[in-house]
Design a protein around this ligand. Sequence first.
Ligand code: ATP
Ligand code: MG
Length: 392
Amino acid sequence: MEHKEILLIKNGELALKGLNRGTFEDILLKNIKRRLYGAGSFTLRKAQSTLYIEPREEGADLEEACDRLSRIFGISAYTRALAVDKSMEAILAATGDYLADELRNARTFKVEAKRSDKTFPLTSPAICAEVGGALLKQFPHLKVDVHQPQVQVTVEIRDFGAYIHAAQLPGAGGMPVGTGGRAALLISGGIDSPVAGYMMAKRGIELTAVHFASPPYTSERAEMKVLSLLEEVAAYAGPIETRLVPFTHIQEEIRRHCPEELFTLIMRRGMMRLADCIARREGCGALITGESVGQVASQTLPALACTGAVTSLPILRPLIGMDKEEIIAISRRIGTYETSIQPYEDCCTVFTPRHPRTRPRLEQVEAAESALDWETLTAEALEGVRNKTVIG
Ligand code: ATP
Ligand code: MG
């Protein structure tokens, strides 16, 4: 076998409770194939709770492939590895050169051997001793530290060959997208809702995005901003079917006919009604929002109760108990923050009441909004929906 650099994905015992392991791995494999598209051509195979990703040709971009892997849910750890013949000769000849950069820059190391092919003539401790000895010879400045080595050299003897690698990198964790069904993400241009979508995708949920726009009060730039945010979320969540819903007429009707202190709440209920219709026709089992208790007037417990009362779908609010600081930390990490803080208006910020009601009573809200012909307004908005598929 010629030496070849490949990627190994380790899933350990992760997330197999209650979910058929085969289904989990099949969906994960499909997601990996789809995401690696464009980074080169790869062969994928699985054995012994490890996925092997082998470039089929020279010039596959392993750096790019790793970057993509780091955003695929359902992967707990991954690493680049060198595949060599299953002989000590080949292993000894290759290890030092393959990990030369890491080893040159370290003071301490240790070798770990895993021998899942029990027909290999040497035991794990013997492999470690031989490889360790050879590395000490090649890099005389190194010392062995079995407790806290700066570099851990791993040699795995497996079915198809021997694999040499340094530390594994942490994966994105979670469940493969597609194992948890589908839900509709209500996405604004703000900081919170993209994070909410990321968090539910991490639990294996496929996203359909719903965005309400109120032109000319909201601009085309604001819509572009939402699509950019979705692209960033899609780098984790996979392709996102997006529904752009015209919301201007509903907002104008609310302003014309409803008491000002209830504007935001009635508007939020309008959004939930429309999202409910879209979710049902697209096979979504839940709605997702970026709400967090107490963040704004429309996110007090009584307000959340009023908002939720218009739909019988479960409302997933993954940020509900989080501080803004915590939400911002995630949005920075996943790359949505810089886009979120661009200053384009959202339809929520058009017609905001000066004194919004923080303890609304449902009967009052229902009475106030009964002035509107919701059936017609809803049908009209649904008629005007535009579809886009956003790819990460
Ligand atoms: P965000 O940062 O996500 O905008 P927020 O704290 O600004 O949230 P609100 O603006 O009150 O809160 O919105 C609460 C939730 O309602 C959002 O997290 C989002 O799920 C949904 N939402 C708000 N505006 C829109 C919109 N224009 N289109 C779709 N969903 C929206
Ligand atoms: Mg907002």
